[in-house]
Design a protein around this ligand. Structure first.
Ligand code: AMP
Ligand code: ZN
Length: 467
């Protein structure tokens, strides 16, 4: 079936055609490991993982590369401020290597909790300094870069297509940039490829330009090229990466290869908290562990993400997560309950039609909210065991542990909600217990169990639940 994605580079939805038949090369901008990953960050990886799963569901073999940024990402996405890794290292009085290991492990654990598959290649920036230096040299030789007293910069005026991704004209970018603090730069929007390190700088490597460290953007260009080649299929990241990080990445790679690194550039929109930005000062930067501490299952968050299209902002509230958890648990109960049922009459034909709807939804630019709606429809269509089969197939994309995960537990039933014959037995049992006739009360419990009810005597009285 036709597969379509919204390509930020083309500013429209396009049919997906891979470079090589049946194979897809995909690069996902990974985290900067200087802090706990927020649930906002994790939305970006749930999106990338879902994309990968949709491709695999369509029969493609996916090579997915993700970087771990452990050097060079400064406080602002431009070239200002300190290295984020160095700042945390100073604050926590640890080496940047320890900081990177620690937060990368937290990230990998959160990925696992959310059923995000491991990338085929996990590329650490500090292990690819040689490739980055080589690419900076290539840019200098090709005349796209120049040296100043504090580093090597990319000259955006040499790349006329600069701004294509964000839909900005180069002239506007050249005219509208902020007043620059670094007067040696030819243009304020020129960006650092390599920074020369002052003696006290915490992470530095030898280079043809003395000791220094790479710019953040060159990392992704160099690692993407190393593992996926000059041109690969898909590049993903959050929407905040469009105007700076990805624009710069395209410029660097295209200046070396003549190609914009990837053919399809895909971006997830932001997660908001209570309608606004997450921020440390507001104390609303939640992590997956925070959700778990409040009694939520991590996959409820994945389900919550699926209920909004990835190109729309998604507003997180605790009440919305609560509703998502309820929805997921009851979906699982319906699915798991169907495992032992016979196949309903005409179920196979109806299941085939649901299959088509599900595939059409995910293949239309990952319309997960629609796909979830199809699952709900199927769960109410008396398919019997077919529902279980559908859920097993679809969970390859949804990754919600539909067939194996915890289910919603039934609460105790009120006496007046019991069928009259069941209620009569319960009351008979109450009377037997009052007379301390344990033999009779046990026999009645057994009888109720055979009718599908569990009877439990608690200090608050007798509780009846469905088995
Ligand atoms: P960083 O570690 O800052 O490079 O961010 C890791 C990923 O998370 C990037 O793809 C960002 O675009 C993405 N991201 C950051 N904040 C949010 C958010 N609130 N919602 C969705 N994605 C986000
Ligand atoms: Zn990147």
């Amino acid at each position: 079936m036709r597969l379509q994605f919204y390509n930020t580079l083309a500013h429209q939805k396009e049919e997906f055609v891979p470079l090589r038949p049946n194979q897809v090369g995909m690069y996902t901008c990974g985290p900067t490991v200087y802090d706990y990953p927020s649930i906002g960050n994790m939305r970006a990886y749930v999106f990338a993982d879902t994309l990968r799963r949709v491709l695999e569901f369509n029969g493609y073999k996916v090579k997915m590369v993700m970087n771990i940024t452990d050097v060079g990402h400064l406080e602002s996405d431009g070239d200002e401020g300190e290295d984020k890794m160095a700042l945390t290292a100073q604050r926590e009085r640890k080496s940047p290597w320890e900081i990177a290991r620690f937060y990368a492990n937290v990230f990998l654990q959160d990925m696992e909790r959310l059923n995000i598959k491991k990338p085929s290649v996990l590329a650490w920036a500090t292990e690819h300094i040689a490739e980055m230096i080589a690419m900076v040299q290539e840019l200098l030789e090709r005349g796209y870069a120049y040296e100043t007293s504090d580093g090597i910069y990319f000259d955006i005026s040499k790349y006329p297509e600069y701004g294509r991704l964000a839909g900005q004209k180069l002239e506007d970018r050249l005219a509208g940039a902020r007043v620059e603090v670094n007067e040696e730069k030819r243009h304020p929007a020129d960006f650092a490829l390599w920074k020369k390190a002052p003696k006290e700088h915490i992470m530095q490597w030898p280079s043809p330009w003395g000791m220094g460290y790479p710019g953040w953007h060159i990392e992704c260009s160099a690692m993407g090229r190393k593992y996926l080649g000059d041109l690969f299929d898909i590049h993903t990241g959050g929407a905040d990466h469009i105007p700076v990080h990805h624009e710069n990445e395209i410029a660097q790679t295209a200046a070396c290869t003549g190609q914009p690194a990837a053919r399809y550039w895909m971006h997830n929109e932001f997660l908001l908290i209570d309608g606004g930005k997450m921020s440390k000062s507001l104390g609303n930067v939640y992590t997956i562990s925070d959700l778990m501490e409040r009694g939520f299952e991590p996959l409820s968050y994945r389900y919550f993400c699926h209920n909004a299209h990835y190109r729309r902002q998604l507003n997180f509230t605790w009440a919305a997560l609560e509703a998502a958890q309820k929805g997921l648990l009851s979906l699982r109960r319906l699915v798991q309950g169907s495992a032992k049922q016979p196949t309903g009459a005409g179920a196979a034909e109806r299941a085939a039609s649901f299959r088509e709807d599900f595939l059409a939804a995910i293949n239309d630019d990952l319309n997960l909210p629609k796909a979830i709606a199809v699952l709900w429809e199927a769960s109410k269509a008396n398919l019997g065991r077919e529902l279980y089969e559908l859920a097993r197939e679809w969970d390859q994309v949804l990754a919600l542990d539909l067939c194996t995960g915890a289910v919603e537990e039934d609460g105790p039933l009120a006496r007046e909600d019991l069928p009259p014959e069941v209620r009569a037995l319960v009351e008979e049992r109450d009377a037997a217990r009052a007379e301390k006739n344990w033999t009779k009360s046990d026999a009645l419990r057994q009888q109720l169990q055979e009718m599908g009810y569990v009877v439990k005597d608690t200090p608050q009285g007798t509780e009846i639940k469905r088995a």
